[in-house]
Design a protein around this ligand. Structure first.
Ligand code: F0G
Length: 330
């Protein structure tokens, strides 16, 4: 069904390590170095580790990453290892890793760069600034995938700051100067958070013990910024909903084959949710909607190849090539 809306994609796959994480990681690592840190640590479903590894390499400090064994996409693993971080695979999931990172950081001199680090959110809020700059105002809706729930929190902080409004989602870094808002726009968008059905703790209202989804980036059962994300949802009049793995993969492909944008599966969850809520009439006609596409599709080549058309193999002859093309054009 055709709907009369303006739908924009904010593609984060063009950041230095291919995901939105770089926006917050550059701030977190800079502040860690400023404080004299010699090592950082994070738990990750892949993108945080890729970004932490790269920024630690640039800063000349050590980086330790905890990842769930066998559950992170190939491109992300290659980034973490190539940038020289120490990759520790755990026989457990992201939530176990997150708990362990917090425990070990209390015993050893490590700076945690997961999104519980408030500087991460301060960097990631800049997405909202750029959207406002591009549109000249806040959109009616801003949709994004939700995993550990830091990014929806950061978006909301950015929009709130731009509208001169307060938000309970903000946990200001202790030594930061007074929170300054700038009334650049009149209003904030309605925030929409989408989770994968097999990893939808916020939608269900309780932690998911064994989260499972093809969108491994958001395979998280107990998000650390849960309460802030709820605040963003409530204050904006928004909601959280879920998408099945089939819906996520279908929309990932749709975007690649109609817009030429290749995002990773998790990123497609935001758009998949919006398309569903448009069908259901929960999002009104005439709305302006922005979807953050959180990471590049090249991060996860295995999932892409598994669902793409198989290459044809023919002899290296003109006739064979011509035959294929003639068949297609018929
Ligand atoms: N999309 C992608 C591509 C991600 O990598 C993540 C999170 C999210 C969405 C969800 O963002 O956690 O702020 O709600 N990835 C983290 C990681 C968990 O370790 O790379 P969130």
């Amino acid at each position: 069904m055709r709907k009369d809306v303006r739908l924009y994609a904010k593609f984060e796959g063009l950041n230095p390590t291919g995901s939105f994480k770089d926006r917050g990681m550059t701030v977190a690592v800079t502040k860690a170095v400023e404080a004299g840190a010699r090592a950082i640590i994070c738990a990750s479903t892949g993108n945080t580790s890729a970004s932490a590894a790269a920024y630690a390499a640039r800063a000349g400090i050590a980086c330790f990453v905890l990842i769930p064994e066998g559950k992170i996409a190939l491109g992300k693993l290659s980034q973490a290892t190539m940038h020289g971080s120490t990759v520790i695979q755990i026989r457990g999931n992201f939530d176990d890793g997150m708990r362990l990172v917090q425990e070990v950081s209390r015993r050893l001199p490590l700076n945690v760069v997961n999104s519980i680090n408030p500087y991460r959110l301060q960097g990631q809020k800049t997405v909202a600034f750029e959207v406002i700059e591009a549109l000249g105002e806040a959109p009616d809706y801003h949709a994004l995938p939700v995993g550990n729930a830091g990014n929806i929190t950061a978006h909301w902080i950015g929009y709130s700051e731009s509208a001169g409004a307060d938000t309970l989602a903000l946990k200001r870094p202790a030594e930061m100067p007074a929170y300054r808002t700038h009334k650049i726009v009149d209003r904030r968008p309605i925030m929409l958070g989408y989770q994968a059905s097999g990893a939808a703790p916020i939608v269900r209202g309780r932690p998911v013990e064994n989260p499972e989804t093809v969108a491994t980036a958001i395979r998280i059962g107990n998000p650390v910024s849960w309460q802030q994300a709820i605040a963003a949802g409530r204050e904006s009049g928004g909601w959280f909903a879920e998408c099945s793995d089939e819906e996520i993969l279908r929309v990932q492909k749709l975007l690649a084959q109609t817009e030429g944008i290749f995002c990773e599966p998790a990123s497609a969850a935001g758009l998949a949710g919006v398309l569903k809520d448009l069908e259901l009439g929960r999002i009104g006609e005439g709305s302006t909607i922005v979807c953050t596409l959180t990471g590049h599709g090249l991060k996860d080549p295995d999932t892409a190849i598994a669902q793409g058309a198989k290459p044809l193999t023919v002899d290296a002859e003109l006739r064979a090539i011509e035959g294929v093309i003639r068949d297609y054009l018929k």
